[in-house]
Design a protein around this ligand. Structure first.
Ligand SMILES: *Cc1c(COP(=O)(O)O)cnc(C)c1O
Length: 425
């Protein structure tokens, strides 16, 4: 399902012309398709339905309240990594008893909040954190539900900055420490080992790392039960692939094929924490060409979306498809092709004063003039969520499309917003 299609020579989102949205709300602007968002959630749910999973959408991928509300209404739960995200999902109406809380640096205040909200479990990343959770639980006269985050030492074969399940990452713990801490939990009346957690990295484009992770998880659960734990949850994290290029990511059903039988065999409940695969292709970023220039033997298109809006290319060397909204050349099937008829090798850059401020480099791209619109595809995950005000650039508006209808789900920031919390005398 692709809601962002070229019809009659121009890009549409569902039934709305993207150019109309840009004209009405300005650029840069994020445009979401409600149908696509819900379709992706439903795909994961359907794929894993045999084990009735709790799908904890990973809020850090995109934390807009309207997005969270839509997902909540569609039956999603949430994975949060901070008190701020917990605050957001409550605002969105979430049932916090199905929320999981991850992150290597939870503060006592965040732990207390999680306990007050009766969350499903804390994903514990270290012994020090386990001790802190126990102490806070004791002070509240509570039993804290925990799942240790196991570093399974699996290579997810993803970017160095987004791999999390290899020995030497800051995340999780190895199996020896896991077993030591499990023994500690058993002896602690304020802790309950509810499950095991793993998150290998992102995006993981093959199913094999999940097969390995699920095998490890079920082995560990059996071992824990034999030692007297009532462990019942396997949380395999997120990291499902996203098709940034074409159709390269496996569908949820393929991940399910390797995971579901093992979870069934172990008689466990399954939690998943997908973020990118749910929201990534439900959103595009639309920008407008400010100038073009030729310098140093290169053609630059300078447009008004920058690394403060979408930092992924600068931060992770990420690839995003880009194409004009009203193109003079038909969109290609291979956006990475070195040459495309009618196109020229182009760097598409933003106005921020950093050489790493680009959306694409050395890209075959059709000719564009000042004022023309460009679409950056697959922008919904780690796009707006990672945006900043660098170079004192107000953050862009977010627009939700539902069929023919268009609504603002976040207003464009103003210059006043930029200085609102700063104090001068
Ligand atoms: C980031 C993260 C996720 C989500 O990863 P995606 O690639 O967006 O699916 C899930 N779980 C944990 C613990 C994470 O840190």
């Amino acid at each position: 399902m692709n809601p962002f299609e070229y019809r009659a020579g121009e890009l549409c989102c569902e039934n709305v012309r993207v150019a109309d949205i840009a004209e009405r709300f300005g650029t840069p602007v994020w445009i979401y398709s409600k149908a696509k968002l819900l379709h992706e959630l439903q795909s994961v749910r359907a794929a894993f339905s045999a084990v009735d999973p709790v799908i904890c959408y990973s809020v850090k991928a995109n934390s807009n309240l309207s997005i969270l509300k839509l997902l909540n209404e569609a039956g999603s739960s949430f994975d949060v990594v901070s008190g701020g995200e917990l605050f957001r999902v409550k605002r969105a109406g979430a049932d916090t008893t199905r929320v999981v809380f991850a992150g290597v640096g939870k503060t006592d205040a965040e732990i207390r909040q999680g306990l007050e909200d009766n969350i499903l479990m804390f994903n514990v990343e270290s012994e020090a954190e386990l001790d802190a959770i126990s102490a806070v639980a004791q002070s509240m006269n509570r039993v804290a539900p925990v799942a240790m985050r196991l570093n399974p030492d699996i290579d997810g074969k993803t970017h160095a900055k987004t791999t999390t399940g290899k020995k030497g990452n800051k995340f999780g713990m190895d199996i020896e420490r896991h077993n030591e801490l499990a023994a500690k939990v058993l002896a602690d009346p304020h802790l309950e080992l509810r499950g095991i957690h793993m998150h290998i990295g992102s995006p993981i484009m093959t199913t094999d790392p999940y097969l390995q992770a699920a095998k490890k998880a079920t082995d560990v659960v059996r071992e824990l039960r034999s030692r007297g734990h009532k462990t019942n949850w396997i949380n395999l994290g997120g990291g499902f692939g996203l098709s940034y290029r074409g159709n390269e990511a496996p569908p949820a059903s393929e991940y399910a094929r390797v995971i579901v039988p093992l979870v069934q065999e172990a008689g466990c409940r399954l939690a998943l924490e997908p973020g990118r695969s749910i929201v990534g292709n439900a959103c595009v970023l639309i920008s407008q060409v400010i100038y073009t220039k030729r310098e140093g033997g290169k053609l630059f298109v300078i447009q008004d979306a920058a690394m403060n809006d979408l930092v992924r290319p600068a931060m992770y060397d990420a690839f995003h498809r880009l194409w004009p909204v009203q193109p003079r050349v038909t969109p290609p099937t291979d956006y990475e092709a070195e040459s495309i008829p009618g196109c020229e090798t182009t760097d598409i850059v933003g106005p921020v004063c950093e050489s790493s401020d680009y959306l694409a480099q050395k890209r075959a791209f059709p000719p564009v003039n000042r004022g023309e619109l460009i679409c950056t595809f697959s922008a919904g995950a780690y796009g707006m969520a990672m945006s900043s005000n660098y170079n004192s650039r107000p953050r862009a508006a977010e627009i939700l499309v539902d069929g023919d209808s268009v609504s603002v789900i976040r207003e464009r920031e103003t210059y006043e917003d930029l200085v609102r919390s700063e104090l001068t005398d």
